[in-house]
Design a protein around this ligand. Structure first.
Ligand SMILES: Cc1cc2nc3c(=O)[nH]c(=O)nc-3n(C[C@H](O)[C@H](O)[C@H](O)COP(=O)(O)O)c2cc1C
Length: 170
């Protein structure tokens, strides 16, 4: 017997994750973006990642249109960016409220994000209410900072600052 929907949601709240904004650009739809926690590394060779997007979300249309997207991993100071891209405002407002620039492949890169990956769509799979979109990573840029975390429906930060941890050379 399948687990109930409330039980399912409650169980998944115990999965701690980072927070990302998935963006797209197309001539037809302009710039689009949405907050996600459903992001995962898939394969190191070839370099592939995946995101899961609700089929009703605007951003998926933009991805379909030009087969490219970016994943912008948010830093600990970007709760407002996560909220901005998670509904309530138009796509125009979302991008007017956030500093961004077009990446080398044309997709929107959020200037202050901790890391951005520009991807080309490799495969799109329908699963329940969502699309699983697998992308090949074409560009990656990393910036300094700490990650924004999400756990039990709340934003969190790392307890240990990176500067407090032993370096990998130790
Ligand atoms: C912390 C957080 C994580 C989210 N994760 C996802 C996700 O992984 N996939 C998804 O489809 N929506 C997720 N959402 C909801 C979308 O951000 C939201 O429905 C979307 O921005 C609506 O955009 P639209 O106006 O383009 O439809 C998340 C929202 C928040 C606040």
């Amino acid at each position: 017997m399948a687990v109930g929907s409330e039980e399912f949601k409650k169980a998944l709240q115990l999965w701690a994750s980072g927070v990302a904004v998935v963006t797209s650009h197309s001539d037809k739809f302009g710039v689009r973006g949405m907050t996600v926690t459903a992001f995962s590394s898939v394969s190191a060779e070839p370099q592939q990642i995946l995101v899961c997007l609700n089929q009703s979300a605007d951003t998926g249309e933009g991805i379909d249109e030009n087969q490219r997207f970016a994943v912008n991993i948010l830093n600990a100071n970007q709760q407002d960016v996560s909220n901005n891209f998670s509904g309530g405002s138009s796509q125009e407002e979302r991008f007017a409220n956030t500093a961004w620039h077009p990446g080398n492949t044309g997709v929107p890169i959020l200037n202050e994000s901790l890391m951005s990956m520009e991807c080309k769509v490799i495969e799109k799979v329908r699963a329940g209410t969502h699309w699983i979109i697998i992308g090949e990573v074409q560009e990656a840029s990393c910036r300094s900072g700490e990650p924004l975390l999400y756990f039990r429906s709340n934003y969190r930060e790392l307890a240990d600052r990176l500067s407090d941890l032993p370096s990998s050379a130790d």
